[in-house]
Design a binder for this molecule. Sequence first.
Ligand code: GLP
Length: 246
Amino acid sequence: MKIIEVKDYMEMSQKAAEYIIEKVCNQPNIKLGMATGGTPVGMYKKLVEDHQKNGTSYKKVMTFNLDEYIGLNGDNKNSYRYYMNENLFNHIDIDKKRNTFIPRGDIKDYNEECLRYEDLIDKHGGVDVQILGIGNNGHIGFNEPGTSFQSVTHVVNLASSTIQANARFFERMEEVPTQAITMGISTIMRSKEILLLVSGESKNQALHSLLNGEITESFPASILKNHPCVTIIADKAAIAGLKIHI
Ligand code: GLP
């Protein structure tokens, strides 16, 4: 794993955007794995700025999002479809209808949707660069502690700490979904490259466990140590006090 230490959230967002822009310029039909949550918002903003200023084109880019809440349709402002449209897709020249994929959280047969999504990724040759954030409990996508490293796209019951953490985006606690569809750990590990973004003091412990802890299903992100091509961009607050043994 390669670690790039940056000053703060702004610099992390800038560096991450530069990383993605370079990949898109070198491979215009790249398949990007997208993440949601607070962490990548700044990076998406920088990608939009770059598109407007320098014209980086996403016409041939395909995107596959990590996860989606069950029970929310794409018009719901807390759905990850809505998040992606608002933060990125509506502001760049990507073919939103044909080339952006997110698991559907609003259909009846979730298990069928999981199979379809996993198959869709494979059919397109897999993800080239997967962007990831990390949950405080080490979750990646919505793969909570205890998820099998062999898992593919599946339905999850969210950990109560994740529900609490995500409640900040909802008006009332009762509105926070308790289930989601997520790429599995093995889906994520099949991506050719991984870009993990970590910012802020609240992620310090998670980064510490990732870098210095053992590889265990109780801390899902720890599996990333077995991936051949991981880049972590972390800011000072996230790295503070860490002795790094990779
Ligand atoms: C959510 C998402 C993850 C994300 C994590 C961290 O649960 N499903 O993909 O990495 O939260 O979120 P944040 O970046 O807001 O800390």
